[in-house]
Design a protein. Structure first.
Length: 140
C-alpha cells in the first residue's frame, strides 16, 4: 500500500462526507472550494495543487439532466394537484433548480477530485511510444 493511500485511510472521512464538506483530499482541511463550484488553486494548509486534477464537465451535463427531470416531475405533480398560477411555478422552481444544480455540482465535482487524488488517477497514455510500434523485422 502506498504512502498516499495510508494517509487517506488514517482519520480522513469517506468520499461522500469529504465532498459534502469540501475537504482537501490530502490534509482534510476545508479548503477545496473558493466559490460555490470553483476549486481553489491549491490547499493553503498542505499546498496540494488542485489545478492539476481534471474533473471535466461531465458532472455538469449529467446533473443538469437529472435535476431537470426531477424538477419537471415535481412541477407537474404540483400543477396537477393544486393548479397554481404560472407565477407560483416561476417563483418556486427557478430558485430551487438553481440551488439544486449548484449544490449537486459542488458535491459531485468534489467527489471526483477526491477520488482522482485517492486513486492516483492520471490520463491514459502508452508506457513507451517505441514499444507500442510493431517491430518491422518480426513482421517479415
Amino acid at each position: 500500500m502506498s504512502q498516499h493511500q495510508d494517509k487517506s485511510a488514517k482519520g480522513q472521512p469517506g468520499t461522500a462526507l469529504a465532498a459534502l464538506s469540501g475537504l482537501c483530499p490530502d490534509c482534510g482541511a476545508r479548503t477545496l472550494f473558493t466559490g460555490p463550484v470553483k476549486f481553489a488553486d491549491r490547499c493553503p494548509s498542505c499546498g496540494l495543487n488542485f489545478a492539476s486534477y481534471n474533473v471535466g464537465d461531465g458532472p455538469a451535463a449529467l446533473l443538469t439532466m437529472v435535476v431537470g427531470a426531477l424538477i419537471v416531475a415535481l412541477a407537474l405533480g404540483l400543477d396537477s394537484a393544486f393548479h397554481p398560477p404560472f407565477w407560483v411555478h416561476i417563483i418556486l422552481w427557478v430558485p430551487i433548480t438553481a440551488l439544486a444544480v449548484t449544490w449537486s455540482l459542488r458535491v459531485c465535482k468534489g467527489a471526483l477530485l477526491i477520488l482522482e487524488h485517492r486513486n492516483q488517477a492520471h490520463e491514459g497514455q502508452l508506457a513507451d511510444p517505441d514499444q507500442a510500434k510493431p517491430d518491422k523485422d518480426a513482421a517479415e
